[in-house]
Design a protein around this ligand. Structure first.
Ligand SMILES: NC(=O)c1ccc[n+]([C@@H]2O[C@H](COP(=O)([O-])OP(=O)(O)OC[C@H]3O[C@@H](n4cnc5c(N)ncnc54)[C@H](O)[C@@H]3O)[C@@H](O)[C@H]2O)c1
Length: 266
């Protein structure tokens, strides 16, 4: 079969958190480009197929779970050409309550650990397991889904933004460690995107509170705040990921690309 311009046919790719939201759309775009995509997520069953993509359950914050998942991928496909570290969580809270609502609106140890465990430790466990395989096979790509807030900071999202800053830093360091072994490590920092499951009613209420607003006052009019005047489409993250994992991006590593419609303040 003749390969397409991107040449993703037969590349084995893991998308963590690929059952919903941005991850699901990244997985679909990669699959449409011909890649063998494994969706790895908390909310899938072993061997379940989602739009033709094979699923393996995994909790990225648990080392054993990650090890078992990557072993299964290697057993099935023989290699792991790319890992997309997409699974991530966000709990909006303030450092100190500013509006009289009480301590429930302040960062607590439980939510701190929750975000750090998934967003930072999860990225580390998955990257470590996959990089070991990529060393054996002579190369590969790791794409870390970060956030614009990790570059700029964001009201009510300090710990989340902190984890994403850490992801950006790990991206640059691992690119330096692994470049000589033909393993590229790249970050993608989305800005405001179309609604995903992350933005539940509870999330909207908590986020609005941190900004001194009612949930209904959270504006969805981006005509003045985003130069391109709209939220990003989820598949737009997929197209960038497809390019970055392809051989066409062979000279791109150790950098984090903003995909924000030109917005640069979190
Ligand atoms: N939605 C946005 O506007 C936005 C903006 C910037 C960055 N991001 C980043 O994009 C990524 C995806 O966000 P989303 O909005 O699609 O989220 P989402 O909540 O819609 O989906 C996240 C997926 O990750 C899975 N997941 C959560 N914890 C997991 C764990 N421990 N192990 C395995 N899977 C787990 C969930 O089951 C879910 O399927 C995250 O890293 C997020 O920080 C999102």
């Amino acid at each position: 079969m003749e390969k397409s311009w991107l040449g993703l046919e037969d590349k084995a790719v893991i998308v963590t958190g690929g059952a919903a939201g941005i991850g699901r759309r990244i997985a679909s775009v990669l699959s449409k480009c011909g890649a063998d995509v494994v969706i790895s997520d908390l909310q899938v069953e072993e061997g379940q197929m989602l739009d033709g993509m094979y699923c393996i359950p995994c909790d990225v914050s648990k080392k054993d779970s990650v090890r078992q998942m990557t072993e299964k991928v290697v057993k099935r496909y023989g290699r792991i050409d790319a890992l997309v570290n997409n699974a991530g969580v966000l709990r909006p809270q303030l450092l100190v309550d500013l509006y009289g609502g009480g301590e429930e609106h302040e960062i607590d140890e439980k939510s701190f650990d929750f975000m750090v465990n998934v967003n930072m430790k999860g990225v580390m466990f998955c990257s470590q397991a996959v990089a070991k395989q990529q060393l054996k096979q002579g190369g590969g790509v790791i794409v870390n889904i970060s956030s614009e807030s990790g570059m700029e900071g964001s009201v009510g999202q300090s710990i989340y933004a902190g984890t994403k800053s850490a992801v950006n830093s790990m991206t640059r360091s691992w690119a330096k460690e692994l470049g000589g072994k033909n393993i590229r490590v790249v970050g993608i920092a989305p800005g405001i995107m179309e609604k995903t499951d992350m933005r539940t009613e509870e999330y909207n209420e908590a986020l609005a509170y941190t900004r001194g607003l009612k949930p209904e006052q959270l504006s969805e009019d981006y005509s003045s705040s985003i130069p391109l005047g709209r939220a990003g489409k989820l598949e737009e993250i997929g197209y960038l990921t497809a390019f970055l994992i392809s051989d066409k991006a062979d000279y791109i590593t150790g950098t984090v690309l903003n995909i924000t419609g030109g917005k640069s303040r979190g």
